[in-house]
Design a protein around this ligand. Structure first.
Ligand SMILES: *[C@@H]1O[C@H](CO)[C@@H](O)[C@H](O)[C@H]1NC(C)=O
Ligand SMILES: *[C@@H]1O[C@H](CO)[C@@H](O)[C@H](O)[C@H]1NC(C)=O
Ligand SMILES: *[C@@H]1O[C@H](CO)[C@@H](O)[C@H](O)[C@H]1NC(C)=O
Ligand SMILES: *[C@@H]1O[C@H](CO)[C@@H](O)[C@H](O)[C@H]1NC(C)=O
Ligand SMILES: *[C@@H]1O[C@H](CO)[C@@H](O)[C@H](O)[C@H]1NC(C)=O
Length: 436
């Protein structure tokens, strides 16, 4: 494959650039300019992503890797719900937990480009900065930006970060993310998203990072808490955005992140967004029942109920790959699914317990929310191995070793749908859309 490529200039022999230029040689679309307030969303394994594995993974490996990442992310989400900042113990293998979808943003004057991970369950933006200990090589260099400044301890924003400390005069903070911990200085600079300039955007300039959970070029939090992008761009975007996440089966497709109320779909079904004052960044919805085919599954109401005190309920999350339901809900759905599929022998693969090695006629699964039924076709429910001929139901029970009270509607189940977050009207919309 490499033999068909022109020789690369020596300058390009850093790993990241090598991947980037290989991808760009094959896929001319990687560089397309963005318009208005719409950013391109790439799967982290896309040919345009510098973070895709250097060796293509086998189907089984990539499924197992995504499951391992999910485990770390679920622990992160549980730590949010529990209100405790715990650093989960990554079991045995190294878990690299960069979230699944990335967007391009530029920071500073003149602009420096970063490919940041999109995370709906986090508020803050963090960017690895020059001199960071434990960050990857692609860092933002504040010294080269004429608009960069560090916030001091008296800044109002300093009161919104967890456990700020005042080393020297700058406002610094430590926090955990997945299996990582970071130390950062609260900073400000101009951020450009598609064609929109956001001057004086407040973010964490990462000085130190341990573990491997922090995305290599930073994180763009789309949660709705105090320091979030939504809060900081209130006038520009009015706390409204939508995304269409491309399927990881077609890594050449890109999706979109559309910021602000302009251009959002008119024909879309909505459900109410619920607010949990203790976990202000999470997007809770009211899941009332689940249907397999036409039959409503018998699930104990407590497994789905929203409870702002314990944090129980259902969230939409862009980072978890496979939907997780608390144990009693998952078992009921899985049993109903198996019954509908019929006699075929059930096997398991990694964390999936409903796999088939013969072709099956899959029923649909419908998530029934207040005011909105979302019926998922087989493409959002099943993962297939072309090589081994295995098909698995791509959902699982919430891990029972953590505080598992949260149902998570994950990104595989959201792929090729437009998901609209309309915070001012407290509603979340879902409509089918092929992201291309
Ligand atoms: C934050 O992390 C830094 C670097 O690891 C450490 O020196 C500092 O003591 C930590 N501060 C707090 C408040 O934990
Ligand atoms: C960032 O914070 C560290 C302490 O965590 C401090 O030593 C350093 O001077 C700060 N950098 C800037 C640019 O303020
Ligand atoms: C993606 O694009 C590359 C290069 O054009 C092509 O070789 C590959 O088959 C495409 N993959 C899919 C899944 O379409
Ligand atoms: C399941 O197996 C039984 C007995 O082998 C057969 O009568 C029945 O039709 C099968 N059901 C399905 C859905 O294939
Ligand atoms: C969802 O589907 C059920 C039938 O299973 C129906 O009774 C209900 O009215 C539907 N809800 C909406 C909002 O369409």
């Amino acid at each position: 494959m490499t033999s068909s490529l022109p020789p690369l200039p020596p300058l390009f022999f850093s790993l990241a650039f090598l991947f980037l230029s290989l991808a760009q040689g094959l896929i001319p679309k990687c560089d397309t300019p963005e318009h208005g307030s719409t950013l391109r969303v790439l799967h982290v394994y896309s040919p345009c992503s510098p973070f895709r594995p250097s060796e293509p993974l086998s189907w089984e490996e990539s499924v197992l890797q995504m499951q391992a990442k999910d485990q770390a992310r679920l622990q992160f989400l549980s730590s949010l719900v529990a209100g405790k900042s715990v650093v989960p113990i990554a079991s045995g293998r190294q878990v690299i937990q960069s979230p699944t979808y990335i967007v391009r943003a530029t920071i500073g004057t003149p602009p420096q480009t970063m490919l940041m991970a999109m995370d709906t369950s986090n508020d803050a933006a963090w960017i690895p900065c020059t001199g960071c200990v434990g960050c990857s090589s692609a860092v933002f260099d504040p010294v080269k930006s004429t608009t960069f400044k560090t916030l001091n301890c008296q800044a109002a924003q300093c009161k919104q970060v967890p456990n700020p400390t005042c080393g020297g005069s700058s406002c610094s903070f430590n926090m955990t993310y997945g299996s990582s911990s970071i130390a950062a200085n609260l900073s400000q600079d101009t951020v450009k998203l598609a064609t929109d300039d956001v001057p004086g955007y407040t973010f964490g300039c990462i000085q130190k990072s341990t573990g491997s959970s922090v995305p290599p070029q930073g994180l763009l939090g789309l949660g709705r808490g105090p320091l979030s992008l939504l809060s900081q761009t209130q006038n520009l975007y009015q706390s409204t955005f939508s995304y269409c996440l491309p399927s990881f089966k077609s890594p050449n497709f890109s999706g979109s992140l559309r910021l602000g109320p302009i251009g959002q779909p008119k024909r879309i079904k909505y459900t109410q967004l619920l607010r949990n004052p203790r976990r202000s960044s999470l997007y809770y919805v009211n899941l009332i029942a689940i249907r397999v085919g036409r039959r409503v599954v018998d699930i104990p109401p407590s497994a789905l109920a929203f409870n702002p005190v314990t944090g129980a309920g259902t969230i939409f999350d862009s980072g978890v790959v496979f939907t997780r339901l608390v144990q009693p809900a998952y078992i009921a759905v899985r049993d109903a699914y198996r019954k509908r599929v019929g006699n075929a022998t059930v096997s398991s693969l990694g964390g999936f317990d409903t796999c088939y090695s013969v072709p099956i006629a899959s029923p649909t699964i419908t998530f029934m929310f207040t005011g909105m039924n979302v019926t998922l076709p087989p493409d959002n429910l099943l993962i297939h191995s072309t090589a081994g001929g295995i098909t698995c139901l791509a959902m699982a029970a919430a891990p029972d070793n953590v505080n598992s009270i949260l149902n998570v509607i994950a990104n595989m189940q959201q792929q090729n749908h437009r998901v609209l977050f309309d915070v001012p009207n407290s509603r979340l919309g879902v409509a089918r859309e092929l992201c291309t």
